[in-house]
Ligand binder design. Structure first.
Ligand code: Q46
Ligand code: ZN
Ligand code: ZN
Length: 320
């Protein structure tokens, strides 16, 4: 197969676009696609300060690389979750992010959950779920809180994440199968800052296939962590990704079409439901928005973790 632009040997074939490209032209093409998505959905501009949430994986590091090359003002945020899973997952992924940033002279903020809040994600989940189930919903809540806090405290204009098209369509399929209207109306390439404590959020890879971000990372020589978080194994998201991959194999472009027609249908008013202007209160401890008055779920979690940990500290024997 030959590159459509120069006729050299192609290294990447995007069947959905009927486009094959050589290494050089692929490394040019993907950033152009990302720039188009940023402009089409009015995600952010060149004068704005962008906080890129990085996990050490191919998506977030490729995204940071592309935004930096395109001339956007970026800084990174890595959240150390304290997940080991037999592969030292968090330590290895944190190392990839630090190396990436230092090679490019970029600023990376590090937030280690155990250091800052007193317990790792698995430990906090063990306390709050009493060891049952996966730590994912708690982990998601903690990550959202920390990303918002760092974006707000650092005066960033926008928070970007490396969610790719495969991630977006997996969520879309799940929400569609459940007719989860509230989630469907909020699923979008960019979410405005709807409250003073919340950052604008954008997903510049929302139209980019996972295999395209992986190819970019490999061809660009980005050292990323191949392992998924060990807790992702068996998740419903991975199940939907498998189903969608089967559809894509039979009908190239199926995922992209599903996502783009969803956005068009929403734009055309197919969903009569409009995002509810939520009445939010400021958490009395951290100030982040919360639906119930008093403390937010994040602060209540750490109160409980600290209470349980303090109660389990063995009492020092009193000197006679
Ligand atoms: S990092 Fe956290 Fe994910 Fe791992 S514990 Fe679950 S939510 S799977 S994106
Ligand atoms: Zn070429
Ligand atoms: Zn709070």
């Amino acid at each position: 197969m030959r590159c459509r632009k120069c006729g050299a040997k192609a290294v990447m074939n995007m069947r959905q676009h009927k486009l094959a490209l050589c290494k050089e032209h692929y490394l040019e093409w993907l950033p152009e696609q990302v720039e188009r998505a940023i402009e089409k959905y009015a995600m952010f501009g060149r004068e704005e300060r962008i906080l890129v949430a990085v996990s050490g994986g191919k998506d977030s590091l490729s995204l940071w690389d592309i935004l930096h090359r395109l001339g956007y003002k970026t800084e990174g945020l890595y959240i150390g979750l304290g997940i080991d899973g037999g592969v030292d997952y968090s330590v290895a992924s944190g190392e990839r992010c630090k190396q990436f940033a230092s090679q490019r002279g970029l600023n990376l903020q590090l937030v280690d959950i155990a250091e800052v809040y007193g317990a790792s994600i698995p430990e906090a989940a063990g306390i709050s779920n009493r060891g049952r189930g996966k730590p994912c919903s708690l982990c998601g809540m903690v990550k959202r809180h920390v990303m918002n806090r760092v974006a707000r405290d650092g005066g960033f204009d926008v928070l970007v994440t490396g969610h790719n098209l495969d991630d977006e369509v997996a969520v879309l399929m799940q929400n569609t199968l459940h007719w989860a209207g509230g989630y469907l109306v909020r699923q979008a390439p960019v979410l405005p800052a709807s409250h003073p404590g919340l950052a604008r959020k954008a997903k510049p890879f929302c139209r980019t296939y996972e295999r395209e971000t992986a190819a970019y990372a490999l061809l660009r020589g980005i050292d990323y962590i191949y392992d998924e978080c060990p807790h992702a194994v068996g998740s419903t998201t991975l199940y939907y990704k498998d189903v969608l991959n089967e559809m894509e194999a039979k009908r190239p472009g199926a995922k992209l079409q599903f996502y783009l027609t969803f956005l068009e249908a929403k734009e055309a008013g197919l969903f009569a439901l409009r995002p509810e202007p939520e009445v939010l209160n400021a958490c009395e401890t951290c100030g982040q928005p919360t639906s119930a008055p008093g403390k937010c779920a994040f602060c209540r979690l750490w109160d409980k973790v600290h209470e349980v940990k303090e109660a389990s500290v063995p009492q020092q024997p009193q000197p006679a």
